[in-house]
Design a protein around this ligand. Structure first.
Ligand SMILES: C[S@@+](CC[C@H](N)C(=O)[O-])C[C@H]1O[C@@H](n2cnc3c(N)ncnc32)[C@H](O)[C@@H]1O
Length: 376
């Protein structure tokens, strides 16, 4: 059975699905979902590019930040070892780039216990191969986050991939954009909001959407940061993702919402392109950094940085790599170009923000946030 038919049957039997239920199936159905099906999802042969596709430089710069975090946690005594937890790790290629760079600091490398948290079983199966010489560093590989983490939990483009509720402000009040059937086709159906947590979310922000505006509410992002905050005993959380603060995200400039569908590096122009083909398209939405940070702080985390990716990477020495004359030949050139691509304002460097939180580590001045709270 195709995923579209399964969703049509479910809507006929139980009534319209919330958009979050539709997106959950479209991305994560265990056999038919976008992320469950084998094949390359990112990179030239896939559907989208992340900073990891640009080259190993991204992992190398993150490793510099993690070395500093390790030295802070290590200086605080109690237990040896440093947990590096990658959430939404896919096949583990970013962790591989980080561990490749970590070998240059042997004491740090020896301390690392690597935990990979990834929903897709298919991706998890590939991790040991992708990690290659570092495979014996894998302390756990599961869907969930590990507990009692002393070190760093990080994620690149995880929260934007969580299923979201969609809403629209109509003349009859706030409605949820649900998914229903019309014959054999999937169509959207506006219904009064039935998910109390969606209303509470907007109330907490004090947001009233303008008439006709659409928006996404990512309840799972809050659930994730809550869990991460609980499972981190001492250390840091680093989240890299595209997003905005709530005033921008729910303001007039974004009145169509930020939900986007991608296939083969092309963004769908109309919703009818992807609505009837669940499982074939990647669906994402911008992260609401205001709500994530408030939730993080409510659960005992301290915000230590909020920057454009460009400034985060500049603080870690990205500009020196872009300008370096060492590593001649094709590899040197590729490395310099990769660093430039990551730093270039207007590209990945501006759309992507880096959030850094700490727990039981005080308020250290980190290299990655040396440019302060810089967002464009
Ligand atoms: C956009 S991909 C990013 C992959 C990788 N981090 C990168 O930068 O290339 C999102 C990944 O997060 C995984 N994922 C989604 N929800 C998750 C969750 N709750 N826990 C762990 N992994 C999750 C997906 O299966 C997918 O592999």
């Amino acid at each position: 059975m195709r995923l579209r038919e399964l969703i049509v049957e479910r809507a006929r039997a139980n009534g319209p699905l919330t958009f979050a239920e539709y997106m959950e199936l479209a991305l994560y159905h265990p056999e038919l979902g976008y992320y469950a099906r084998a094949g390359q999802r990112s990179g030239r042969a896939g559907d989208f590019f992340t900073s990891v596709d640009v080259g190993a430089v991204f992992g190398e710069l993150l490793a510099r930040q993690f070395v500093e975090m390790w030295s802070i946690v290590d200086a605080m005594g109690n237990r040896p070892g440093f947990d590096i937890v990658e959430a939404g790790a896919g096949n583990g290629r970013l962790s591989r780039d980080i561990l490749d760079a970590a070998t240059r600091t042997p004491r740090f490398y020896d301390a690392i216990r690597l935990h990979l948290s990834e929903r897709s079983k298919d991706a998890r199966r590939k991790q040991a191969d992708v990690l290659g010489p570092h495979a014996d560093k894998i302390a756990s590989s599961r869907s969930e986050l590990p507990d009692g983490v002393r070190g760093v939990i990080f994620a690149n483009e995880l929260l934007d991939a969580f299923p979201v509720h969609r809403i629209e402000m109509t003349v009859d009040g706030l409605c949820e954009i649900n998914m229903d059937t019309d014959g054999d086709r999937l169509v959207e159906r506006l219904q009064p909001v039935q998910t109390p947590a969606v209303l509470e979310y907007l109330e907490r922000l004090g947001v009233a959407l303008p008439l006709g505006s659409r928006a996404e509410i990512n309840l799972l992002a809050l659930a994730w940061i809550r869990t991460a905050a609980k499972r981190l005993r001492q250390g840091f959380i680093v989240l890299i993702d595209y997003g905005d603060d709530a005033s921008q995200l729910y303001g007039a400039a974004r009145r169509h919402g930020t939900l986007a569908a991608y296939r083969r590096h092309t963004q769908a122009i109309t919703e009818s392109e992807w609505r009837d083909a669940p499982g074939d398209w990647d669906l994402t939405s911008n992260v609401d950094w205001t709500s994530v940070t408030r939730c993080a702080e409510h659960h005992g985390l301290r915000c230590l940085g909020l920057l454009d990716q460009t400034y985060f990477l500049l603080g870690l020495g990205g500009a020196e790599i872009a300008a370096s004359q060492t590593g001649d030949g094709l590899n040197g050139l590729k490395r310099r170009l990769a660093a430039k691509t990551l730093l270039m304002p207007g590209g990945l460097g501006s759309t992507h923000k880096v959030m850094i939180y700490g727990k039981n580590v005080g308020s250290p001045a980190l290299r990655g946030s040396s440019y302060g709270m810089r967002v464009t």
